[in-house]
Design a protein around this ligand. Structure first.
Ligand code: GLA
Length: 726
């Protein structure tokens, strides 16, 4: 199994298929971090802990000879605030003295088969104990009485690990948890680039790379969601690392609220990486005997570049994060009413969409925003989750039956965490929205956020949802979240707990999502937050797919999908063909095929030629479904880097087939265009639909296909499917 304790040297060794991670119990029971990187055979690696210590400015421990240790410069497994470690801290606890100096030391450990769940939090899971092993290291801060258990789960075969911490107040007094990060890794060097995913509404998760420099650098959200602006993902890769070469570390937080991911390069050129809840908007009051569990963080290491790092994340998430019936089951090909009708629809119009959609081969109609309360624009009715019978004249059940009778499934839209000032709910309960007494309530998209940290509020919203969802057959629910949180406060939290608000809010959201998935286990859940403002592993635990972006322009989507794919698999990326005129249907279809695939347009307005193209796309969706859903992704040409082409490829796990897609970013009639495959079996012979010839995998990967004479125009697509010759 993946976890081994070397008693003689007091070293834990955590191995995956691609990596090793070593922790040492050092003198005075300090926990030191020894190594994280490519898989290595030895455990007697105590020599790795030493770092230079520098005169009196580096704090030491009087029980350890001078020069043999400094918490300031040595690699700490979970760096604490104020007792000699001056770097950014993983843990900071204010105890009864009012001081927040913190210092944890090893007490005991346990190795468990499988993986425990995290109470109230989304987390990776195992279906049987042989899939993973977990190490729990118990530590104690003697003075405050905080017992901190560090958990590490090793998914040995997949090349991934996860971490979290549980803090228990074993003292007789209350304490404040001011900082408790999910992961802390001290790497001995600084020669890395940091890659993060920045963005905004309509431009989420665009990869950005920068060199590490001395000091603190990183990304964060304090918006009450993981956010469009930054994603809780960070990679450190060695300088010069590419898709196929170089050491890469990927870190991802299983959390949908305020986060922090940072790296500090210290004066000795070591790098500390931290990831967890953003401490700037957090503290947690722990009464005697109470515990707090941090969110889980995922760590992936690859010595073969960013491509392999991504593929490890993809396999891990497809197997151990996505849950329920839709983990394995083929997802329905849907059409969504939003870009087709916005708020202006009634039941007859939706049925007309469904009739046409049926002809095209589409399998589900999703009724987006606008079906409830008096909602005819975005100024009202959030919180009034009852059917608008002016629009759905025969009621919801009648509409669903009409759509089902055509042979289509039916989906619905909700935004449960929101409340419109113009709603019956708000008029009845003005204190149910998030607010700070006496302060103006900022509006975003004309709405407030409802206080999901309150159980009474959650129950009331869920009761409304339950009534509608159980009144008919709903196959799919799109859960939206269309603004960020301001004036963060709850009407019922005491003053000393107001900084718990954000975390309590997201726990409330998770609780409702959990109830939904339990009460309606067959319903497919798709998350959304003005597109991809909450595209994170926390949400993926409840909803196997997330609407990647409101931006459905296929060319702009490319950077978004490339960035998203750094850690999220194709099976999770909601991607639709829309009416956008920037490119033809072939290109739009090719881009959407990378994700869950669907439509976001008025099907009754398609020209006969485009309707034929759509039918062809539907066939392709079925033909390539398994390959894209379960295959390995290879990013061939990045739209942000290669000035001319963008290309990506899916290869089946058994390497028997592959689909390569190229989109011309900039036409150049004179430029040679050679396209090389990746990830094939060099020995296998493949039949290639590009020229109906047969080539060896090695030839396709090394010599490639020659597209030079194709005279491709801007945004034109070339798709090549290859299959092993029988
Ligand atoms: C958000 C979503 C859209 C749509 C609208 C409805 O912006 O991203 O897809 O559902 O809300 O108001």
């Amino acid at each position: 199994m993946g976890i081994y304790f070397d008693k003689e040297n007091n070293i834990f060794k955590l191995d995956t298929a691609t990596s090793s991670y070593l922790i040492e119990i050092f003198d005075q029971n300090y926990l030191l971090h020894l190594y994280y990187g490519a898989k290595i055979p030895d455990t007697n690696l105590n020599m790795l802990h030493a770092r230079s210590t520098y005169a009196s400015f580096s704090a030491g421990n009087e029980n350890i000879p001078f020069g043999d240790f400094s918490a300031d410069t040595w690699p700490m497994e979970y760096g604490c605030n104020g007792c000699g470690d001056f770097r950014i801290s993983a843990l900071q606890i204010k105890d009864k003295t009012g001081c927040n100096a913190t210092d944890i030391r090893y007490i005991s450990h346990e190795i468990i088969n499988g993986k425990p769940s995290l109470p109230g939090l989304p987390a990776l899971y195992t279906e049987n104990d042989a899939d993973a092993q977990t190490l729990a290291i118990k530590t104690l801060d003697k003075v405050s009485g905080a017992q901190v258990t560090l958990y590490y789960t090793v998914f040995e075969n997949l090349g991934a690990m996860t971490r979290w911490a549980v803090i228990e107040n074993t003292s007789d007094n209350a304490m404040e948890l001011e900082r408790s990060m999910s992961l802390c890794v001290d790497l001995p060097e600084m020669n890395y680039d940091m890659i993060t995913l920045y963005g905004r509404h309509n431009k989420e998760r665009t990869a950005e790379r920068r060199a590490l420099a001395h000091g603190i650098q990183g990304i964060a959200s304090k918006r009450g969601s993981s956010s469009h602006q930054q994603n809780p993902f960070m990679a450190l890769c060695e300088k010069g690392a590419t898709e196929d070469f170089g050491n890469c570390y990927g870190f991802n937080l299983v959390y949908s609220c305020n986060f922090l991911a940072e790296a500090e390069v210290d004066s000795n050129c070591g790098t500390r990486v931290l990831m967890g809840i953003n401490p700037s908007s957090f503290s947690w009051h722990l009464e005697a005997g109470e515990t707090f569990t941090t969110p889980e963080a995922v760590m992936v290491f690859s010595e073969n570049g960013l491509g392999e790092m991504s593929r490890i994340f993809h396999r891990l998430y497809n197997k151990h994060l996505i849950r329920g019936e839709w983990k394995e089951k083929k997802r329905p090909l849907l059409i969504n009413s939003w870009e087709a009708a916005y708020f202006s629809f009634d039941d007859d119009k939706l049925v007309a969409f469904a009739e046409k959609a049926k002809e095209l081969g589409i399998e589900m109609l999703v009724m987006d925003d606008g079906w409830f309360g008096k909602r005819n624009d975005d100024r009202s009715s959030l919180g009034d989750w009852y059917v608008n019978t002016d629009k759905l004249k025969g009621g919801l059940d009648s509409l669903v039956k009409r759509v089902n009778a055509l042979g289509l499934k039916f989906g619905i839209w909700y935004e449960p965490e929101m409340i419109s000032p113009d709603s019956d709910l708000y008029r009845a309960h003005p204190d149910w929205c998030i607010h700070v007494a006496g302060r103006e309530r900022s509006v975003g998209r004309q709405q407030y956020v409802i206080d999901f940290s309150r159980k009474d509020v959650r129950d009331a919203i869920y009761a409304q949802m339950y009534e509608v969802l159980s009144s008919t057959k709903i196959d799919y629910l799109k859960w939206d979240f269309n603004r960020n949180i301001t004036e963060a406060g709850s009407a019922i939290l005491p003053a000393e707990r107001q900084k718990e608000f954000f975390h309590r809010f997201v726990l409330g959201t998770y609780e409702i999502m959990d109830r939904l998935t339990k009460d309606f286990p067959h319903m497919l859940l798709e998350n959304c937050s003005g597109g991809g403002g909450r595209f994170d592993p926390g949400m993926l635990y409840y909803s196997p797919q997330i609407w990647t972006s409101d931006n459905t322009d296929p060319i702009e989507r490319l950077s978004i999908q490339f960035g998203t794919s750094l850690c999220y698999p194709a099976s999770t990326m909601g991607a639709h063909v829309s009416a956008c005129r920037r490119t033809g249907y072939d290109t739009k279809g090719a881009v959407a095929l990378w994700g869950t695939f669907g439509y976001e347009l008025d099907p009754t307005k398609l020209s006969p030629e485009d309707a034929c193209r759509v039918k062809r796309q539907v066939e392709e969706y079925h033909k390539y479904y398994d390959l894209i859903r379960w295959g390995d992704l290879y990013r061939i040409k990045n739209p942000e880097e290669d000035g001319f082409d963008c290309a990506w490829e899916f290869v089946s796990e058994d390497k028997k087939e592959a689909l390569l897609t190229v989109i011309v970013m900039r036409r150049d009639a004179m430029k040679n265009r050679i396209l090389r495959f990746k990830g094939l079996d060099p020995e296998k012979k493949y039949e290639c639909d590009f020229d109906n010839e047969e080539y060896c995998g090695q030839t396709l990967m090394k010599a490639g296909l020659n597209l030079s004479q194709m005279h491709l125009n801007d945004h034109e697509v070339v798709r090549v499917y290859i299959k092993e010759v029988d």
